[in-house]
Design a protein around this ligand. Structure first.
Ligand code: IFM
Length: 797
């Protein structure tokens, strides 16, 4: 079958966007990989694929995982919250999700929307429509199933809702399930529900561990809590024994392999419809279980929950709406990019189809960058997260690399040259968005005791870097910088990061503003001097002749130099030289020209060139990645975002847009071919295999990647050029010369700016005039309009 499918790269046969509904619709269940969605109310979460596979968890996939998902197994994408529809007379059965039953629907489609996933299927005259979502009112995954008899005869159906429970601690499950599984139970609850209790010894937070319930608003005809009874041995979700043998067995479980299966017997007359709502939820104790079930069964609960979910998302996304000459970009900017970025903000890099949710916790650097894309939508949420991060900072300014706020585990304490610096960018963006510097005085504890204001935390970060300079004057690489792979550069503690110098420069410019806003003018002078010193180093020692060098290794040799055969040029050093404002003008341009010549491909910009196989020592190369993959010569999408920003700063709108457009997931998929690209066409992936790989264009680690936040920043603030600054909203687009214009509605400091940009002169950059409600403005910064609900802005380029 695959041979046939690999020839069919016509993506239209697989999916279509429904932009009005903010949905993407799938026409086939047999995609190259599961195409995921995240359903969540911030506490209860479910990752669900287009074919119904996925995993539910409460707060943490490490310690409160509810259902079992078999990572990297075959068959792929199992298990999930499945529904089976069985004809009681013939015994044949199928799933509205298409998977996992063998009999497939005669008609089928599914769709991911903002916080929900829908399946519409028909077989044997029965139409099934199921919407899965997590509403804001209860911590539960709601399975809203509607069945209609479209035939001419009455139908007797047996309907089953099934979820396999896993051990809540996923690592314990892998390590010691054989004994620990006898410490879990599934009991029948008198309110017609099953309750799963995870009572395993030495679990991290037993007092916070919830009970899990599986209930419905329809009378039960049967149930099973023991997976062996429902599925049977040498069977799978494809052919559960209970379904084939006439129905659920009434099993409960005091030790073993838990599941929740509910059976409903339904007779439908021709034309008749029936709705069954299933609730897979968590509650603190038995009383809460009863309350939650009672509440969920109340008339109108499901509809009100779905309505609230819809309203939450339209409120959130209502902060920005653009109309562009490029529909692919417009869709991404208005819908999927902020949606993906929000999921990164929520889950960090924790759990996806690619990441098992076992050890990543909250990454300091990752989350600090994610904040940038939430600031325009919800400053309170962003500030809370900023404070959470700053609470991981030590008094000397360094920070924990990963930490585990839900699990209470010890953090990962490796010290990296970049981690602690990122938060200054988030703080500056918050200040620009709100215009209110009060948060800089808020007190936040240090991880090793005592407390300081937000500003003092940010200052400590600079002080830490200032205390960690190498012999050439650049920041020491320490465990690595943004690029995880660079840990081999500083094993002896001497290696220096030229890129971190550029990151520091970028941060220092923000810190000058933050210091002034926080009432510390004395610091601004110091930051200015530090900036100048690093700028000088970058343009002298950091310059290789045609591009900027990346690092200095322990032995004093340069990384990213023409004198080597491998890893001559590194993308980040070229882009950040311009982003930081450090590069001399001619060098900045030359460096970005080298990017175009040496790193750009038709599927995005590679991170380094050529890939490493033997450098610096064949016995100990800098990376173990195969050439063209991962961090070694792949197109690293996160780093591409900075090339877009750099080109905008250089005023080269056509090139910036080429870099932006070529990585739009659906555009890259069409170019690479769906069966080569494989990942979702509606969210960014972390990386695409590069041309030195025989699988050039294969997309990896989709959904949870810093690409989401920075791509959003790059396109909204630099290409479209609508950027909050301290004294207002700056308008400075850098677009393709052939665009005639575009519009943006942007919420800013309580007012909606209805901006219309015209480009009759066919330029990339350069604002000629701006009027706000007909009044000509001086410069290109729109002021705040306190008390006003909207302002009409006309921009001429
Ligand atoms: O910066 C890192 C990130 O923290 C995790 N993914 C890879 C990136 C580049 O190494």
């Amino acid at each position: 079958m695959n041979a046939e499918l690999t020839r069919n790269n016509d993506s239209k046969a697989y999916y279509t966007f429904r932009d009005e509904e903010k949905e993407v619709e799938f026409k086939r269940h047999d995609m190259p990989t599961p195409w995921m969605n995240y359903l969540s109310n911030g506490t209860f979460h479910t990752m669900l694929s287009h074919a119904g596979g996925g995993v539910a968890f409460y707060k943490s996939p490490q310690i409160w995982r509810i259902t079992r998902y078999r990572f990297f197994h075959l068959p792929m994408d199992r298990s999930g919250p499945y529904i089976y529809v069985q004809d009681a007379k013939t015994g044949s059965y199928w799933c509205p999700t298409s998977e996992p039953a063998l009999d497939k629907p005669e008609e089928w489609k599914s769709a991911h929307g903002m916080g929900y996933t829908r399946f519409e299927a028909k077989r044997g005259g029965i139409a099934a429509r199921t919407v899965y979502f997590v509403g804001p009112h209860e911590n539960s995954l709601i399975w809203n199933l509607n069945l209609t008899n479209e035939g001419t005869e009455a139908k007797e159906l047996k309907v089953y809702a099934y979820a396999e429970f896993g051990m809540m601690e996923f690592m314990r499950e892998l390590q010691w399930q054989c004994y620990n599984k006898h410490q879990v139970s599934v009991q029948y609850h008198e309110g017609e529900a099953l309750v799963y209790r995870y009572g395993v010894e030495n679990q991290p937070k037993p007092e916070e561990t919830p009970l899990v319930y599986l209930a419905a608003d329809t009378p039960l005809a049967g149930y099973d809590g023991d997976r062996e009874e429902f599925i049977g041995s040498y069977r799978s979700e494809t052919n559960p024994a209970a379904i084939e043998n006439g129905g659920c067995t009434g099993s409960t479980l005091l030790g073993g392999d838990p599941c929740g299966a509910l059976q409903f017997n339904v007779t439908l007359q021709p034309g008749e419809s029936r709705t069954i709502n299933v609730f897979l939820g968590t509650a603190t104790d038995e009383t809460e279980v009863s309350r939650a079930i009672f509440h969920s069964r109340e008339a109108g609960f499901v509809e009100a929950s779905f309505q609230a979910l819809k309203e939450n998302w339209s409120g959130y996304l209502g902060a920005w709406e653009s109309r562009l000459p490029d529909q692919d970009a417009e869709r991404m900017i208005n819908i999927w990019n902020p949606y993906q970025a929000h999921r990164n903000f929520l889950f960090s890099r924790n759990i996806s189809f690619y990441a098992t949710g076992t050890f990543r916790g909250v990454g300091y650097r990752d989350t600090a960058q994610d904040i940038l894309s939430v600031v325009p939508f919800d400053t309170e949420l962003a500030l809370d997260k900023l404070k959470l991060l700053l609470g991981q900072q030590y008094r000397d300014g360094h920070v924990n690399h990963y930490f585990f706020p839900n699990e209470g585990w010890e953090p990962v304490t490796s010290i990296h040259s970049d981690d602690h610096l990122w938060t200054a960018l988030s703080a500056w963006d918050l200040l620009a968005e709100t215009g209110d510097a009060a948060f800089l005085q808020a007190k936040v504890p240090y991880y090793d005791g005592g407390e300081g204001t937000v500003y003092e935390h940010l200052r400590a970060a600079i002080d830490f870097t200032a205390s960690q300079l190498g012999s050439r004057g650049f920041p020491l690489m320490l465990r690595s910088d943004w690029n995880d792979q660079l840990f081999r550069v500083c094993r002896e503690g001497k290696g220096e990061s030229i890129w971190t110098s550029m990151q520091l420069g970028t941060v220092l410019l923000r810190m000058i503003d933050l210091a002034a806003a926080a009432g510390h003018p004395e610091d601004t002078v110091r930051y200015g001097a530090m900036y100048e010193l690093q700028r000088e180093l970058v343009n002298s020692i950091g310059w290789d002749g045609r591009w900027f060098r990346r690092a200095i290794m322990d032995d004093g040799r340069f990384l990213g130099s023409d004198e080597h055969d491998e890893a001559k040029i590194w993308l980040n050093a070229q882009t950040w030289a311009t982003i930081s404002g450090m590069a001399d003008v001619d060098k900045g341009l030359q460096a970005m020209d080298s990017v175009r010549e040496m790193l750009d491909t038709e599927l995005g910009i590679k991170k380094i060139h050529p890939s490493i196989t033997t450098f610096p020592d064949p016995a100990d190369p800098l990376t173990n990645y195969n050439k063209g993959t991962g961090e070694n010569g792949a197109v690293f999408c996160h780093a591409n975002t900075w090339a877009i920003i750099a080109e905008c700063l250089l005023g080269r709108g056509d090139l910036a847009y080429k870099y932006y457009r070529q990585l739009l997931p659906n555009v890259a998929m069409d170019k690479a071919g769906l069966w080569r690209y494989k990942a979702e066409p509606y969210v960014y992936a972390s990386n695409l295999f590069g041309p030195e790989s025989d699988k050039f264009g294969l997309a990896n680690v989709s959904w949870l990647t810093g690409t989401a936040a920075w791509m959003y920043v790059a396109v909204t603030q630099y290409i479209l050029g609508v950027k909050p600054v301290l004294n207002g909203l700056s308008i400075d687009p850098c677009i393709p010369a052939d665009w005639e214009g575009f519009t943006v509605k942007r919420r800013f400091r309580g007012c909606v700016y209805d901006i219309s940009v015209t480009n009759a002169n066919k330029v990339c950059k350069g604002v000629k005039s701006i009027t706000a409600d007909g009044v000509l403005l001086e410069g290109n910064i729109l002021p705040a309009y306190p008390g006003r609900s909207s302002v009409k802005v006309e921009v001429v380029l």
